[in-house]
Design a protein around this ligand. Structure first.
Ligand SMILES: [Fe+2]
Ligand SMILES: [Fe+2]
Length: 198
């Protein structure tokens, strides 16, 4: 390492100080004095991510139940799998919010306003896949931004979000592959449906 320490302060606080600090503010649980990020901002960002994940669950579920055509079976299965993974992301984020002494916001009120991605349910398969790809790309961008903001000042949140980001990238890739293989624009997801938009 080229960097030299800027002061002769020891790298670790002495054990006495660490123990004293741990005993103070015990009501904060995992949040200790060495947490230097603005917690309110982190909690706000995490609650937005939570809302985004919930909207993603709802969107994938809506698409799953709508996509019932012969051509859509494997696409629907993919939607269902993604819905389950988005649910797992929502749970992971909610758990982290709790650890940071915040309250996960599961309220349906204002949900779509807090979410980065949108709830769009088109009638045709190709548009569904396209909407999901758009939503995944939004999720990828916002997770990347949050990860950059959090940086090394909250490595647990960072690591957790990096794990989620990797899955969102897989989701986007899955949707891209589906887009190449399935559905022409205007082809109804369910036989007998017209191009009715919701
Ligand atoms: Fe997700
Ligand atoms: Fe996703």
């Amino acid at each position: 390492m080229a960097a030299s320490p800027r002061s002769d302060k020891p790298f670790l606080s002495d054990i006495k100080t660490i123990r004293k600090r741990a005993r103070a503010h015990m009501e904060r649980g995992a949040v200790t004095d060495s947490y230097t990020l603005d917690r309110a901002t982190v909690l706000k960002l995490l609650n937005e991510a939570l809302a985004t994940e919930i909207v993603c669950v709802l969107r994938y579920k809506a698409h799953y139940y709508l996509a019932a055509g012969i051509n859509a079976k494997s696409v629907a299965a993919e939607f269902l799998e993604h819905a389950a993974e988005e649910q797992a992301h929502a749970d992971t984020i909610a758990e982290r919010i709790t650890q940071l002494d915040g309250t996960p916001n599961f309220s349906p009120e204002g949900l779509s306003g807090r979410s980065h991605s949108e709830f769009v349910v088109p009638d045709d398969l190709a548009s569904m896949i396209e909407e999901n790809l758009v939503a995944e790309r939004i999720a990828i961008d916002s997770y990347r931004e949050i990860i950059n903001y959090v940086g090394d000042r909250d490595t647990t949140t960072k690591r957790l979000l990096e794990g989620i980001l990797a899955v969102e990238e897989e989701h986007a890739e899955d949707m891209k592959t589906l887009m190449e293989n399935f559905g022409q624009k205007g082809e109804p997801a369910k036989p007998g449906r017209s191009g009715r938009k919701k």
